[in-house]
Write a protein that binds this ligand. Sequence first.
Ligand code: F0G
Length: 351
Amino acid sequence: THQWRGIIEEYRDRLPVGPDTPVVTLLEGGTPLVPAQLLSERTGCDVYLKVEGANPTGSFKDRGMTMAISKAKEDGAQAVICASTGNTSASAAAYAVRAGMVCAVLVPQGKIALGKMGQALVHGSRILQVDGNFDDCLDLARGLSEKYPVALVNSVNPVRIEGQKTAAFEIVDALGDAPDLHLLPVGNAGNITAYWRGYREYAADGMATRKPRMWGFQASGSAPIVNGAPVRSPQTIATAIRIGNPASWQFAEEARDESGGVIEAVTDRQILSAYRLLAAKEGVFVEPASAASVAGLLKAVDEGRIDPGQRIVCTVTGNGLKDPDWAVAGAPAPMTVPIDADAAAQSLGLV
Ligand code: F0G
């Protein structure tokens, strides 16, 4: 029998690890590339969802975190720190447990989803809620890591990007070549940077014959790259990407420009509509920010900008269970019935 071994063992020769690097892993990666039925019909394309919510802590961050924590351990670090809108902190907290390290996380007060807070807590990390937004948290985390003996594991740490590029490898490995178009949400812009690096590397080494156009999507109230200026007070219901001054801004623009792609904004309404469609029509439950990629695809189809016959991959970055409030909000409350088959059947409309 063969079990997926985690991204470091699966792609060791393409990652900055050596024989002495202690591999701290929860066997992340190897996530499903699910054919999307309704989206394929609607676009006349072969659309796939790269379901990153299937990672051990429920988001793509685990790919970067296995690298960041392994390298921090190799360097002798005893404590790590990150700023987060929730997923990075959940991941750092879990991998720090595996490494026997202390984990400190800085989160914007009141602006992270409950499931993510629960993860950071249950894994025993030291959580500080900051009276500010993600960008303030990242400034603070950087400052702390410069002054105190604590390793920064945000995506400004280059090994995070290295780990995350493996998602592009998996897609090419599964499809036999790169897709024509790759869509994904953009927050701090590390992931679009990582995918582009992965696709470029595979093409350069002859593992793919081409590279996709990269289409990134920010929430319209938090769209600094689209606006061309930082957003002082970013707003969106998609708290994971509520970021006004992305650390990898320039790399994201490079990915866009070198690939012939775009970075655009989608509204919260479009995000929630894609979020509901994914759950109700594709059977894939993601968190709201993750649906920005699919919201972008649906917008482009409506505007007649998707030529049929293409191979398209949308990354859906995080699991819906992270932020269940949006699943429950607006849905009718379930009916209450007595312990009686006839009454239950009546409520179900079976009789
Ligand atoms: N989707 C989800 C679910 C995320 O958690 C994030 C980022 C993104 C998309 C955007 O990715 O930042 O690489 O452009 N979350 C970070 C965090 C900021 O702290 O968990 P990005």
